[in-house]
Design a protein. Sequence first.
Length: 106
Amino acid sequence: MIDLVWKTDRERRPEEKDWPAHVFTMDVDRLGYLGVDKEGNLYWDGKLVEVRKLISFSGWQVIFGVAGLAIAGIGAGSAAVSAYVDLQTITQATPPSKANTPPFVE
């Protein structure tokens, strides 16, 4: 356990008013307590900061998730192809009809 005596030497700040009593903001003078090793692990006051994996999926959840993403990708790809084909159909040059041409002015 980290010795918390150094945290109680000042008044609480306005942004800390709703925080638990043992939690304080980190000032510039406290950044010296942070450290990192070669693997990127974070340390506070020389002690390893525990990082928890909060979400874990079972094998079936991973399989169904990947299958759902693949189906969604196929659907998005087919919608893009359909939109492209529709755009090409609309923009193809068609001969103008006489009804759409302005009257000839001499």
